[in-house]
Design a protein around this ligand. Sequence first.
Ligand SMILES: [Zn+2]
Length: 253
Amino acid sequence: MTGTSATRPTETETGTGTGTETRTGTGTGATVVIGVDLGGTKTAAGVVTLDGRLLHSAHLPTPAASGAAAVLSQAVRLAAAEAAWAGEAGLRPVACGVGSAGTVDARGEVSHATTALPGWRGTPLRAAFTAALDLPVRVLNDVHAWALGEARLGAALHSRTALVVTVGTGIGGALVVDGELVPGRTGTAGALGHLPVPAPGPARRCPCGRTGHLEAYASGPAILARHRELGGAGEDLADVAGLAAAAIPAPSR
Ligand SMILES: [Zn+2]
């Protein structure tokens, strides 16, 4: 399942933090929420209507190499700027939702970091955003946040149960039942990337350190690596996808 127009922000910025405006039919005084997407590569913040329309957003590269404090303060600044934009537009922010890389505990703190954000563990996300915005703040793992978005506003809107899988640098996933996340005992229910998969040949090493996991075969970097092992000349994953599309006949209907 991939993002839908309801949940995937428009990406027209150039990484300079300049906002893009797509307001349509939202009256002055309307309540909105501030959404933040904090990943290892990019940090984005935006103003979203209660029915899921993105009105304005900005993003910047995540300064992962500068440490957790720099990553957090940039994200808070982006969110505060979006809240200010909303105020100037006559809109009223009533809450802030943050989706972050890493595992997030019930207090809104990062309980397990990812390799993409060194030192991220222990970062008090909810406290920092609450202090800066003076709004109720909820923080979730980014895949969990995406899954809830798909379940409530997107591709899984009319499904009682959904398994949302994200495939990129890694493979993540989350389960939603009756509109609520089912995190499981360890918070990793639905995270398919680190399940062992039957595959021919020697077991491949996964970024998590173990071998034979789905992510070791089917993530973006794994697909590109396999393509090159087989003598493929594709420069990047888009090339591989193009070559694959050209080689596989369209299904007959
Ligand atoms: Zn793994």
